[in-house]
Ligand binder design. Structure first.
Ligand code: FE2
Length: 322
């Protein structure tokens, strides 16, 4: 079988451990369908050699599809260990969360969602749950996330984190439900990876009506990606599907009103809207400081969000602002 017959998937250059043997062949891409071997399995990339490629702005390398899960697993494990460590700084934890989420999303994009990938999503979401339980400083997390490029990755982490923070403050929400908002927060926008890149990467107000209709299919597509995996809780499917529904009935894809929107979906929708104020995007280079975001969104009486969720969110944030 030639290289052209093998399906290649991207990994970050930082996924390779300098000075230790590679577990798989690693390739560099010369053009859309042309790859050459950079490191053969069991060869040892030196840090100088890797650095040389990084200085040439090469941050993506390629492996055979079957190898990707190894890299994702390693990144998820590192994020999980860091989240439990009292000695790892918060910005380092955020960097590991981003790396693990980015590699997992790439795996879903290139290899689809499988039971194993879903288990990894759950593990990663547990790391954010752990971070939220430790009442870590929220401003450091936001600042650290804003240093990274991928908008969907940054947002998914913050939405998962905020969703957990809110759920922990609400009465009648148990641990199983908190875990559901944690994983659904991480995967809420996963349907976007199935949409054309030129729709997802542009500001919404620059999309044509037709493109906007396509964009609005992402909750359906997200639910389809996860549906059918044995370990998925029904609440997770519901949240992914309902995260753009709004109490007035003006949301999508169904346009249902408040009485039909699951409380857990309302939690994730709130976390999603609030994250929008705090995270940089290509069309929004400046964001609000968290104190101002709180005043304009959480404490604003005209806000359409559920009052008990808004109160819980305000309490959760105050505990994490130093
Ligand atoms: Fe969304």
């Amino acid at each position: 079988m030639g290289l052209l017959d093998i399906e290649m998937v991207p990994i970050g250059i930082d996924d390779l451990m300098p000075n230790s043997p590679t577990e798989h062949n690693v390739y560099i891409r010369l053009s859309a369908d042309r790859f050459v071997t950079l490191y053969k399995k069991d060869s040892i990339p030196s840090s100088e050699h890797l650095h040389k490629y990084k200085t040439k702005d090469i941050d993506t390398l390629w492996v055979e599809k079957s190898a990707m899960i190894t890299f994702v697993k390693k990144n998820v494990t590192l994020a999980s260990l860091a989240s439990r460590s009292a000695t790892v700084a918060n910005n380092k934890k955020a960097a590991l969360f981003v790396k693990a989420t980015d590699s997992m999303f790439k795996q879903i994009e290139y290899c689809g969602m499988t039971g194993k990938t879903y288990e990894q999503s759950k593990s990663l979401a547990e790391s954010f749950f752990q971070y939220a339980q430790d009442n870590q400083d929220v401003a450091t997390l936001i600042d650290s996330l804003n240093e990274f490029d991928s908008w969907i990755v940054r947002r998914s982490i913050l939405v998962s984190f905020f969703s957990v923070c809110i759920a922990m403050e609400l009465e009648n929400i148990g641990t199983t439900q908190i875990k559901s908002v944690s994983v659904a927060g991480l995967l809420h926008d996963i349907g976007l990876i199935k949409l054309p890149k030129n729709i997802v990467t542009r500001p919404l107000d620059q999309l044509t009506n037709e493109e906007m209709q396509i964009y609005k299919t992402h909750p359906d597509r997200g639910r389809e990606l996860v549906d059918g995996i044995d370990a998925v809780h029904d609440d997770v499917l519901t949240i992914i599907h309902q995260h753009h529904e709004r109490p007035s009935g003006s949301g999508y894809p169904m346009g249902i009103n408040k009485s039909k929107i699951h409380i857990l979906s309302q939690i994730v929708a709130t976390a999603d809207e609030f994250s929008d104020l705090l995270l940089k995007a290509p069309h929004r280079p400046r964001v609000l400081p968290i104190e101002l975001a709180m005043t304009t969104y959480i404490e604003n009486n005209e806000s359409p969000i559920n009052k008990s969720i808004s109160r819980a969110f305000g309490l959760a944030l105050k505990k994490r602002m130093f």
